[in-house]
Every structure is written in structure tokens, then in C-alpha cells.
Design a protein around this ligand. Structure first.
Ligand SMILES: Nc1nc2c(c(=O)[nH]1)N[C@@H](CN(C=O)c1ccc(C(=O)N[C@@H](CCC(=O)O)C(=O)O)cc1)CN2
Length: 297
């Protein structure tokens, strides 16, 4: 097998952001509606600061309104909930996102549960989890798994039905929604995790592998079915032998590239899709809140 094709998430995300910007221009022109996204950051985690800055910048570039709230690391749960309630009530705000992780004193589930489900552009509220699980068209879908799905649909030209997919990882943010999205595409889906008895045997059957375990280069090339399509959700910073650090995914990229038909790189694969899908979800939420047909994006 020759080296796998690279699924260029960075380029796909740029195209999606352009389509979102076109949709926003149409909403302004035809309905006088400018979607607004509020992002709340609690604390000073350096990676979260970068993600939040990029969210604000890309929101503005798409022609939407961006509202950014930076709260100190010592913020109480009560104060954060008050901010969420304020944003729920603000008609200018169509989408609300609280950046994760949150400081220890705050109950993440309580905060996510306080967000108006129709403004929950992260898709983490139990109402949206339930909507996705039951196949409701009203679901707001978590951004990272939605990004993975868009890349897969694009690669397969929409023909995902009947494919065998293995999702490695069972988190609420990626693994479980990914399972539901692939099932809705009529894939046969297995969710593997830390207690899976024989991961190589599971992966050896898979036409599609979505790796989201958070363990650097855990999935080995020799475990894959030749010709598999590999979506690597992991973003892990590791030490280089010569000093300094580099980013790697949850898949051993060099080994997997020799076996797979196509693979997403890290960086430049799934990561950029997360914010592009956040913008898409904000437009979707704004349209639904205003009874406007959702533009194709
Ligand atoms: N409320 C949320 N919190 C978090 C989410 C989320 O979807 N909602 N996801 C992650 C962080 N995240 C966005 O918030 C995010 C992660 C990675 C990227 C990205 O573009 N990664 C680049 C590499 C970046 C680097 O150099 O470090 C890539 O993979 O190419 C964007 C957004 C956790 N929190």
C-alpha cells in the first residue's frame, strides 16, 4: 500500500467558514439578522485562551457579532450561572459557549445544564444529547464530531451507509455523539474504550476509524484494516528527543499512513473543523430562533 491520502481539515474548514460567511451575508440582507455568539472563558488556561481568541476572531471574520467574557479563575459557580442566565435572556446572543475545562470549584454539568438548549451551540446540553440520540432534526450537534462527520461525508461522497466504523473513546464530547452521527448515516458502529478486550481485532474490521482517546499515538498502523479511513481527533503535546515539543494525535501517523487509504493529520485535521462547525451551529441556532429556513453551508 502506498502512503495514505491526507484529509486536509484545515482547507475544508476554510471552505466551511466561507460558506458560513455567505450564509451570514444572506441573513443580514434578507432578514436584517446578524447572528451573535457569546463565549465565556473562566481562568487563564493558555490553550483555552488561544481557542477563545480564535473563536472570537473567526466569528467576526464570518460577519457575526462576537461577545467575549473573561472571568477570573476564582469565579464561583453562582456567578458563572448568573452570567449564563444573563446570556440566555439576551436577544442579541444566538449561541452560548462556556469554554472547557472549567476550574475545580465549578460543576461543569450544572453549568452546561443552565444554557438554553436552543442557544447551546456546543451541543452539550442533555436536551441536545437526547435530540441527537433520537435523531431529532432540532439537535445542535457537538462541533468536533460534526466536523469529523463532514470530513467523512466529503471523503466518501456521502456514501457512508453500510460501512463498519469503530470509534475509539466514549467521551460525552466526542465518542458518544460520534457513535450517534455514524449510526444515523447507517454505518455499523462499535465504540471501543479502555476496557475493550481486543482493540486490534476490532480495528482490523473497520472501514472507518475515529480515534478520540487522548493518548498519544496509541492506535498503531498494524492494527488497521488495509484501506481504512482514519480520523484522528487527538491533540497531544509530547516532548521531542532533541528538546522542545510537538503535537501528535491518538494515531501513530507514520505507521497508519502505510496502511490506511486516507488519514487526517495533527495538526491541520480535525482541530480546525471544531471552530468552523461552531460558526455553522451559531448560524443554525440563529435561524431556528427566528423561524428562518437554514441556509445550506
Ligand atoms: N466548550 C468547549 N470547550 C472545548 C471544546 C469545545 O468544542 N467546546 N474543544 C476543545 C478545544 N477547542 C475548542 O474549544 C479546540 C481545540 C483544537 C483546535 C485546533 O484548531 N487545533 C489545531 C492545533 C492547535 C495547536 O497548535 O495547539 C489543530 O488540530 O490543527 C481548535 C479548537 C476543548 N474545549
Amino acid at each position: 500500500m502506498t502512503d495514505a491520502a491526507i484529509i486536509d481539515g484545515k482547507a475544508f474548514a476554510a471552505g466551511l467558514r466561507d460558506r458560513v460567511a455567505t450564509a451570514v451575508a444572506g441573513l443580514k440582507r434578507d432578514h436584517g439578522l446578524t447572528p451573535g455568539l457569546a463565549v465565556v472563558l473562566v481562568g487563564e488556561d493558555p490553550a483555552s485562551q488561544v481557542y477563545v481568541r480564535n473563536k472570537g476572531k473567526q466569528t467576526l471574520e464570518a460577519g457575526m457579532e462576537s461577545y467575549e467574557f473573561k472571568l477570573p479563575d476564582t469565579t464561583s459557580q453562582e456567578d458563572l450561572l448568573a452570567k449564563v442566565h444573563e446570556l440566555n435572556a439576551d436577544p442579541k446572543v444566538n449561541g452560548i459557549l462556556v469554554q472547557l475545562p472549567l476550574p475545580k470549584q465549578i460543576d461543569e454539568q450544572a453549568v452546561l445544564a443552565a444554557i438554553d438548549p436552543n442557544k447551546d451551540v456546543d451541543g452539550f446540553h442533555v436536551v441536545n444529547v437526547g435530540r441527537l440520540n433520537t435523531g431529532s432534526a432540532d439537535a445542535l450537534v457537538p462541533c468536533t464530531p460534526l466536523g469529523c462527520l463532514l470530513l467523512l461525508r466529503d471523503y466518501f461522497g456521502g456514501a457512508l451507509s453500510g460501512k463498519k466504523a469503530v470509534v475509539v473513546g466514549r467521551s460525552n464530547i466526542v465518542g458518544k455523539p460520534m457513535f450517534n452521527l455514524l449510526l444515523q448515516e447507517s454505518c455499523t458502529v462499535t465504540v471501543a474504550h479502555s476496557r475493550t478486550a481486543d482493540l486490534p481485532a476490532e480495528l482490523g474490521q473497520a472501514d472507518i476509524v475515529v480515534a478520540a482517546v487522548g493518548r498519544p499515538e496509541m492506535v498503531k498502523g498494524e492494527w488497521l484494516k488495509p484501506g481504512a479511513v482514519v480520523i484522528d481527533v487527538g491533540i497531544n503535546r509530547i516532548e521531542k528527543p532533541e528538546g522542545g515539543t510537538r503535537l501528535v494525535g491518538d494515531v501513530d501517523f507514520a505507521g497508519a499512513s502505510k496502511v490506511a487509504a486516507a488519514i487526517t493529520p495533527v495538526p491541520g485535521g480535525v482541530g480546525p473543523m471544531t471552530i468552523a462547525c461552531l460558526l455553522r451551529n451559531t448560524v443554525t441556532a440563529a435561524c431556528r430562533q427566528n423561524g428562518i429556513d437554514e441556509p445550506s453551508m
